[in-house]
Design a protein around this ligand. Structure first.
Ligand SMILES: Cc1cc2nc3c(=O)[nH]c(=O)nc-3n(C[C@H](O)[C@H](O)[C@H](O)COP(=O)(O)OP(=O)(O)OC[C@H]3O[C@@H](n4cnc5c(N)ncnc54)[C@H](O)[C@@H]3O)c2cc1C
Length: 289
């Protein structure tokens, strides 16, 4: 039997999960958790603490000079439609806008997406390349971890028992930064990705790639500093080396070889898209000036 509890405050939710003597889980949009609950097995939680009754007075998302704060209630649809997020973090809003179907995006939260810790999470690769941090609360207080150390293994995160993720912070990109997200899926709206890549070219020259569904957790890799992305041969060599960390498996969504080939293709396309978008925006600036 599963006990359901609707929390009214964060403290209430933390106390309920922290004091429980059974395995408990937070419920956000429920698009993953309800599926898990329907498949009864040893890991199925015995206590579900619903967070949907808790309202952050600051709203689901906060924009500041430092960057964006994504609250635990923020849905994929809200993120995908936000103009500031679209301008600062295009890879992330592209990813959020491609999760599932409209119905799923209206329900699914970004925090739920990372807490589910699927290697095929759509928002993980863009959050990795944009240097997000995750705030985790417990009855004892709060701590912050870089998203690069949040994913431990499939379905396992840095959250300990009784802890809740209260938000994700992403630093405001420095001028000249661009990003893009490319994904491959068998069926839009109902299936997870077969493979995905987020690319970010930062204004300070760093080129980061976030890789989805090619390892037990989403991966972050960096291309060599000073690499000329328009030099085809140099980029090919750099990608050969960087993407060697991928260890794709064969499953119902695709073979390991197919995933490797598509990873390479999507990485090139995502980088190309970033270069084109930064070229367009610098052309726009010179026309206006
Ligand atoms: C038809 C369908 C299509 C889908 N398509 C995609 C897709 O294209 N891409 C994709 O990435 N995903 C997809 N998903 C999976 C799912 O929609 C996403 O992972 C979603 O973002 C999960 O968010 P949620 O709010 O529904 O989380 P929930 O289901 O509420 O929770 C997910 C997990 O996170 C934990 N959790 C939730 N909130 C917190 C918190 N604040 N602190 C700690 N733990 C927490 C829960 O206990 C649970 O283990 C799909 C699901 C369905 C059913």
């Amino acid at each position: 039997m599963v006990t359901y509890y609707k929390a009214q405050t964060l403290a209430d939710a933390l106390e309920m999960l922290g004091r429980a003597d059974v395995q408990g889980s937070a419920l956000s949009g429920g698009t993953d958790l309800l599926v898990a609950l329907s498949r009864q097995h040893d890991e199925t939680p015995r206590l579900v603490v619903d967070l949907k009754g808790i309202k952050d007075p600051r709203g689901p998302m906060v924009v500041s000079d430092d960057g964006l704060h994504l609250g635990f209630e923020l849905t994929m649809a809200q993120l995908a439609d936000d103009p500031t997020a679209r301008s600062w973090f295009p890879a992330l809003t592209q990813a959020a806008g491609e999760v599932g179907s409209v119905a799923i995006r209206n329900r699914a939260t970004v925090v739920g997406n990372i807490c589910n810790a699927s290697p095929a999470s759509d928002t993980a690769p863009p959050l990795l390349v944009h240097g997000a941090t995750v705030t985790i609360a417990s009855m004892g207080g709060e701590r912050t971890v870089p998203i690069s150390s949040f994913f431990r293994s499939p379905r396992v995160t840095a959250c300990a028992r009784g802890e809740i993720v209260t938000g994700i912070d992403i630093p405001r990109p420095i001028p000249g930064t661009g990003s893009a997200y490319r994904r491959l899926t068998r069926r839009w709206g109902v299936d997870l990705i077969t493979v995905s890549v987020a690319a970010a070219v930062h204004g300070d020259g760093r080129v980061l790639l976030g890789l989805g569904a090619v390892a037990p957790t989403p991966l972050l890799v960096e291309l060599p500093a000073g690499l000329d992305l328009t030099d085809r041969a140099g980029l090919t060599t750099a990608l050969d080396e960087a993407l060697a960390v991928a260890t794709p498996i064969t499953d119902i969504r695709g073979g390991a070889d197919y995933r490797s080939a598509m990873l390479r293709e999507l990485a090139e396309r995502a980088i190309q898209e970033v270069l084109e978008s930064t070229r367009r925006s610098s052309d726009g600036r010179s026309v206006r000036s």
